[in-house]
Design a protein around this ligand. Structure first.
Ligand code: SF4
Length: 371
């Protein structure tokens, strides 16, 4: 069920050149939520329950990313000036690393972890090492390296990330099948990324970082079925690697700018399946799928499943933890604007939220037909 993509060169013009010289390693892009929490941007969270516990930053360059992933706000050929760039549909202001560190140490906040993301530009790897070292030496935050696997060529590259001060790494695989990965990130969009290499780096990371400290990112809504998505979660789980899930959210002027978000039922069933696989040890082989590749049944005790749903935990943001094991990377704007329905709850869902979740869970479901 792959999306037909427009050809990059025919339909997407090059991004207008930027005369803004700010770039990594001195500068980074910072999530809007992080910038708000540190007093760099004005604004407040849509719900009073939201407290940011993880700071997300990305390396930045005047030409933006050299890769061209179809869904990405900082992709090479997006027709948006750098100053107006959004990522996951919200602004990511460019901030000096020194200022971020200073504010992290002086502004009251509850952030426990920093995630340092790399663009695919060649210097991005070295720059992220420098940024990790700076934060490690000068702040108390735990640090995750969000790896662009195309920049990793050896075990030594991963060891350097660890030695710089990251206690965890995540590999942004994003697409759940080799075909979708190729279509959205590989040759058809003139991108450098290759599916096998991303999984090779994921496995290699498990030999460098302690058990339970490697993750992958997968984005739901790039054309995959639930069976395909959860099978990718299981592949990772079999390596001891947890999956952090995101819901596709169209960025205007990208190749997928006109594609809709996945139905909320698709996303909820994936969240619940991922939770069963990663947190409770249920194997995807245990699930039954219908002809549309949707979960037909998780085939677990219904009362047990009901209690799991009632806890709300499967629907909370999956992300790297703080020192107590609770998710620190809670990404309040990670899948959409404050006005939209929450897909990843950055807090424990309330009773009203759970009621909504129960209604959403089997919406858009094609029924219990055999696969
Ligand atoms: S490599 Fe990452 S930052 Fe670059 S275009 Fe792809 S998803 Fe975006």
């Amino acid at each position: 069920m792959a999306h037909p993509l427009p050809s990059p060169s025919d339909d997407i013009e090059l991004r207008p050149p930027s005369d803004d010289p700010r770039q990594s390693p001195e500068y980074v892009m910072t999530s809007l939520a992080g910038a708000m929490t540190l007093g760099i941007e004005k604004g407040k969270f849509a719900r009073p329950e939201i407290v940011l516990t993880g700071l997300n930053i990305l390396t930045t360059y005047p030409q933006n990313c050299v890769a061209n992933c179809s869904y990405c706000g900082v992709s090479r050929e997006r027709r948006t000036p750098r100053e107006e760039t959004t990522f996951i549909r919200v602004k990511w202001p460019i901030v000096a690393v020194d200022e971020l560190i200073e504010r992290t140490n002086s502004v009251p906040h509850q952030m426990r972890r920093l995630c340092v993301g790399m663009l695919a530009n060649r210097p991005s790897y070295q720059h992220s090492l420098e940024i990790i070292r700076q934060f490690r030496e000068r702040t108390p935050l735990l640090i995750s390296g969000l790896i662009t696997a195309s920049l990793i060529h050896s075990r030594h590259d991963l060891e350097q990330i660890r030695d710089a001060g990251a206690d965890r790494v995540d590999i942004a695989i994003d697409a759940a099948t080799p075909e979708l990965f190729e279509q959205h990130r590989g040759r058809p969009v003139k991108g450098p990324h290759r599916w096998e290499h991303f999984w090779w780096v994921t496995e290699l990371a498990t030999t460098v970082f302690p058990p339970g400290t490697v993750g992958i990112h997968l984005v739901a809504g790039l054309g995959e079925t639930e069976q395909e998505f959860l099978s990718a979660c299981q592949r990772a789980q079999d390596m001891g690697v947890v999956t952090h899930v995101f819901s596709f959210n169209p960025e205007p002027s990208t190749l997928l700018g006109d594609y809709p978000q996945p139905p909320i039922g698709h996303y909820r069933r994936i969240q619940l399946g991922r939770y069963l696989i990663n947190e409770l040890g249920v194997n995807v082989a245990h699930f039954r799928f219908n002809q549309a590749g949707q979960v037909a049944s998780y085939q677990v005790d219904p009362d047990w499943l009901d209690r799991i749903i009632e806890s709300g935990r499967p629907f909370m943001t999956s992300g790297c933890p703080d020192e107590t094991g609770e998710t620190a990377c809670n990404r309040p704007y990670g899948n959409g604007r404050p006005s939209e329905k929450i897909r990843n709850f950055p807090f424990a869902p309330t009773a009203d939220d759970i009621r909504d979740i129960r209604e959403q869970l089997w919406s858009d479901w094609a029924g219990d037909t055999d696969a």
